[in-house]
Design a binder for this molecule. Sequence first.
Ligand code: SAM
Length: 393
Amino acid sequence: MTIDLHIDAIAVGGEGVARDPSGRVVFVEGALPGEQVRVQIRSEHKSFARGSVDEVLEAAADRVEPVCPHIGHGCGGCGFAHVSLPAQRRLKVDMVTEALERIGRLDAPLVDPGPQLPASGFRTTVRAAVTEGRAGYRAAHGHDRIAVDTCRVAHPLVEEMLLAGRFGRADEVTLRAGAATGERLALVAPKVGEVELPDDVLVVGADQLAAGKRAWIHEVIHDVRLRVSAESFFQSRPDGAAALVDVVAAALEGADPLAPLVDLYCGVGLFAATVGRGRPVVAVERSRSSVADAKVNLADADARVVRSAVERWRPSQAGVVVADPPRNGLARDGVAKVGATGAQRLALVSCDAGSLGRDARLLTEAGWRHEGSTLVDLFTDSPHVEVVTRFSR
Ligand SMILES: C[S@@+](CC[C@H](N)C(=O)[O-])C[C@H]1O[C@@H](n2cnc3c(N)ncnc32)[C@H](O)[C@@H]1O
């Protein structure tokens, strides 16, 4: 079913927001505020519906022709490729402001667009689906996989693996490179078959990792060399990781520079190893692979790495906390653990505007004050946001 709608605003998740003639809210993927669009309705719920743009009837000035040819073939990799770069930054500020005001119940929150990062060749980790031996991306709609012969967002070291690689009968491949070290790795699932890749690439199967094999690359962020294993989380771009470190450091400014730091959801120890330098650090992480990396990366620091889910961790006392949870955010348990550290300053790193709004509300109710949010645009050409928020109490 299609329906013609006018888009009034941008939703927290990046879709356009419209109302149908009955007044019901419709979230429209691929639509921009101010546009008149024909919408393909994809799902209907009691109080809202979801759809995607079938045809743009009146385009917004912010709409551009995507540079990447694969968008026209249905590639779902870059959901904001049709939006000009300045408008992407503006819309992301709007999404975060809306989340903080409506879900977080904050009045006129400060939201800064943050540093501008290069718009191409940045991704050093890419997860791709494999069809007939070739890597490609999932389609924006349906179950198709789109083979690509160029990828604008992939770092050249990763793009070469993506385009030239042949992966036999694998289902999925994760391609990762260290931009500073040139090291490359391919994690092939479920197992390695007839794989063809440049000779320098370390190839490992998901089955081999499950059986205990280890494989890693190294990346360098602000002169700190970090080991990153095949299964460990790492930020998708190293210039973005460096920018995040700078913004987190700025969020901690004014707090006692020698006070102990707790790094929650620490991954391989990115923040503990950089902003934590010179302080006693406790770093908490659930993943076995990331904990093993963090122990190596923090071996020379005054740091203790604790393998635990944050919800089950027994809090240590701290002056400052950095918390970088996955999409679902801190939630009630995480907020309680942050509070129990006794810290007066928190740098919260959020990768979902909705959960940031919810966390902001929980933190405010627990006595924290929102002092400003800064975007770090790790995900150029995508509606995903990354936000560092400073809270004090
Ligand atoms: C967004 S990543 C951040 C990692 C790190 N701060 C960085 O910037 O590289 C979130 C991390 O939290 C870990 N994680 C997810 N749920 C967790 C939980 N409940 N308790 C502890 N760690 C968790 C994941 O394994 C992942 O390493």
